[in-house]
Design a protein around this ligand. Structure first.
Ligand code: AMP
Ligand code: ZN
Length: 448
C-alpha cells in the first residue's frame, strides 16, 4: 500500500498522512464568495481538492471521507452588489442578497460540475450558521481572547502568543507589510473583527452586541465547528495560497482559542496561483476568464485536464495553447481507454505519483506509458469519464439543437433560401460549431 504524503504549509514539509479517524477523514476547503461568476483561478482549488477527495475515497472508502466546502454568502462585496441590484425596490436587503447568492451559487455549482467535480459531502452557508458564530464570539470574550469596542467585537492577538505560526510572520512584520485597518478602538493594529455593526442597508442579525454581522474569518471557524460537530481538530484544511494570511491565520487563532488550544487542522494545504497567458488575471487587463465563458468553447474535461497538468503547489500559466494540447491528448486517450475493459485496478506507479503530494503531472506521465486498462482506471480516478462523445461536442453544446438547425438549413437550401441557410451556418459558427457538407449529408465538429 502506497503511503499518502502531503505538503503541510504549517510545517513547510511533506509529511506522511495519517487520519485522526480512518473511519471519518475530515477535510474543509474555503469555498467561493458568491457575488459574481467564478474565474478560472477559482476553479483551481475546486479541481485540486476534488482530486484529493477522490484519492482519499479510493484509499479509505467513499463512506469514510467527509469533504466540506462552504459557501461564503456574507461579505461586503456581496452587500455592495445587493444594494445596486435592489435599486428602487422596497424589499429587505437580505432578500436581495439571497437572490444574488442563490443565482451566483447555482452558476458556480453547474460550472464545477461541468469540470467533473463531485459534490462535497456538505456545503454550509454562512447565513445559516449565525448562531454558532455568535456562540464562538461569546466563548472568545469569556476566555479573554476578544473584547467589545465601539459596537465591534475584536480578537485580541496579544492573547495568542503563537499568532502568526502558519504564515510565519511576527506581529511586527504583519503591521509593516499588511494593509491593516488601523481603527482607534483597536488595542493592537493586528486585532481583527469577529463581529461588526450593520446599518439598515446592510444584512444584519441580532446579537448580544446589537444588530450586526460576522467577520469573514469567523464564518469559516464557526462553520467548521458546526459541520464537524464533536471534534476540534480536522485532518485537512485547504484553499488558495492567498488565504494563508490573514484568513487561515485568523481561523487558527479563533478556533484554537475557543477550543482549549486544540489544533484546528493537522494538515494545511494551499494551491498556487493561476495566471492567464503570462499575466495576473484582472478585469482591467481584459484577461479575466470566467469558467462559464470557457465552457462555451471548451469541454469541461479539457479544462480539468489542463488544470491537472501542473502540480497544484506551483504557480500555473493558463493558456489557449495548453487547452489545445489537453484536448488533443484526451481525444487520443478516450479512444484508447475505450479499448480497455476498465479492470478497476489502479497501476502502482500511477497511484504512487498521485500519493506523492498529488503529483498530477507525474501521474499523467505514467498514463502516457499505460495500456488501455490502466489508462481507463487512472483517468477515472482523476475524475474523467473516458467517453469520446464527451469531447466530440462541447460540454454544454446541445447536440439535438444543432441537429435541428442543420435540418432547418437543409430545408432552407431546398427552398433556395440561401440567405437563411448561410445565416444558420454563421449562427452555428459563432457558437464554435463548424458544418461540413459531404456526399452523405452534413456533419458538424467543434472549432479548436
Ligand atoms: P474567493 O471566491 O475569492 O474567496 O476565492 C475562492 C478560492 O479561489 C480561494 O481558495 C482562493 O484562494 C482561490 N483563488 C482565487 N484566485 C485564484 C487564482 N488566480 N489562482 C488560484 N486560486 C485562486
Ligand atoms: Zn475559510
Amino acid at each position: 500500500m502506497t503511503t499518502l504524503r502531503l505538503y503541510n504549509t504549517l510545517t513547510r514539509t511533506k509529511e506522511d498522512f495519517g487520519p485522526i479517524d480512518p473511519n471519518n477523514v475530515r477535510m474543509y476547503v474555503c469555498g467561493p464568495t458568491v457575488y459574481d461568476y467564478a474565474h478560472i483561478g477559482n476553479a483551481r482549488p475546486a479541481i485540486v481538492f476534488d482530486v484529493l477527495f477522490r484519492l482519499l475515497r479510493h484509499i479509505y472508502g467513499a463512506e469514510h471521507v467527509t469533504y466540506v466546502r462552504n459557501i461564503t454568502d456574507i461579505d461586503d462585496k456581496i452587500n455592495a452588489r445587493a444594494l445596486e441590484r435592489r435599486g428602487g425596490r422596497n424589499v429587505p436587503v437580505l432578500d436581495v442578497v439571497r437572490e444574488l447568492t442563490e443565482q451566483t451559487y447555482g452558476v458556480y455549482r453547474d460550472d464545477v460540475t461541468a469540470l467533473g467535480c463531485l459534490p462535497p459531502s456538505a456545503m454550509p452557508r454562512a447565513t445559516e450558521n449565525i448562531a454558532p458564530m455568535i456562540a464562538m464570539t461569546q466563548a472568545l470574550i469569556a476566555g479573554g481572547h476578544a473584547y467589545e469596542a465601539a459596537g465591534h467585537v475584536l480578537f485580541d492577538v496579544s492573547s495568542k502568543p503563537d499568532y502568526g505560526k502558519l504564515s510565519r510572520r511576527s506581529v511586527d512584520d504583519m503591521i509593516a507589510g499588511a494593509r491593516v485597518d488601523v481603527a482607534p478602538y483597536k488595542k493592537n493594529p493586528m486585532d481583527f473583527v469577529l463581529w461588526k455593526p450593520s446599518d439598515a442597508n446592510t444584512p444584519g442579525w441580532d446579537s448580544p452586541w446589537g444588530r450586526g454581522r460576522p467577520g469573514w474569518h469567523l464564518e469559516c471557524s464557526a462553520m467548521i465547528q458546526s459541520t464537524f460537530a464533536g471534534t476540534d481538530t480536522i485532518d485537512i484544511h485547504g484553499g488558495g495560497i492567498d488565504l494563508v494570511f490573514p484568513h487561515h491565520e485568523n481561523e487558527i487563532a479563533q478556533s484554537e482559542s475557543a477550543h482549549h488550544a486544540h489544533p484546528l487542522a493537522k494538515v494545511w494545504m494551499h494551491n498556487g496561483f493561476l495566471n492567464v497567458e503570462g499575466e495576473k488575471m484582472s478585469k482591467s487587463l481584459g484577461n479575466f476568464v470566467t469558467i462559464n465563458e470557457l465552457l462555451k468553447d471548451w469541454p469541461g474535461d479539457v479544462l480539468r485536464f489542463n488544470m491537472l497538468r501542473s502540480h497544484y503547489r506551483q504557480p500555473m500559466d493558463w493558456t489557449v495553447a495548453g487547452m489545445r494540447e489537453s484536448w488533443n491528448t484526451l481525444e487520443r486517450w478516450y479512444v484508447e481507454a475505450g479499448a480497455g475493459v476498465g479492470s478497476g485496478t489502479i497501476s502502482q506507479s500511477f497511484l504512487a505519483a498521485l500519493s506523492d503530494d498529488l503529483n498530477t503531472p507525474q501521474a499523467i506521465a505514467e498514463l502516457h506509458k499505460a495500456g488501455p486498462d490502466d489508462l481507463a482506471s487512472g483517468l477515472m480516478l482523476l475524475g474523467f469519464q473516458p467517453q469520446p462523445e464527451r469531447l466530440a461536442s462541447k460540454a454544454n453544446v446541445d447536440a439535438d439543437a444543432i441537429t435541428a438547425l442543420i435540418e432547418a438549413r437543409l430545408a432552407a437550401r431546398k427552398a433556395k433560401d440561401f440567405k437563411e441557410s448561410d445565416r444558420i451556418r454563421d449562427e452555428l459558427l459563432a457558437q464554435g460549431i463548424i458544418l461540413k457538407d459531404g456526399p452523405t449529408g452534413t456533419t458538424w465538429e467543434v472549432k479548436k
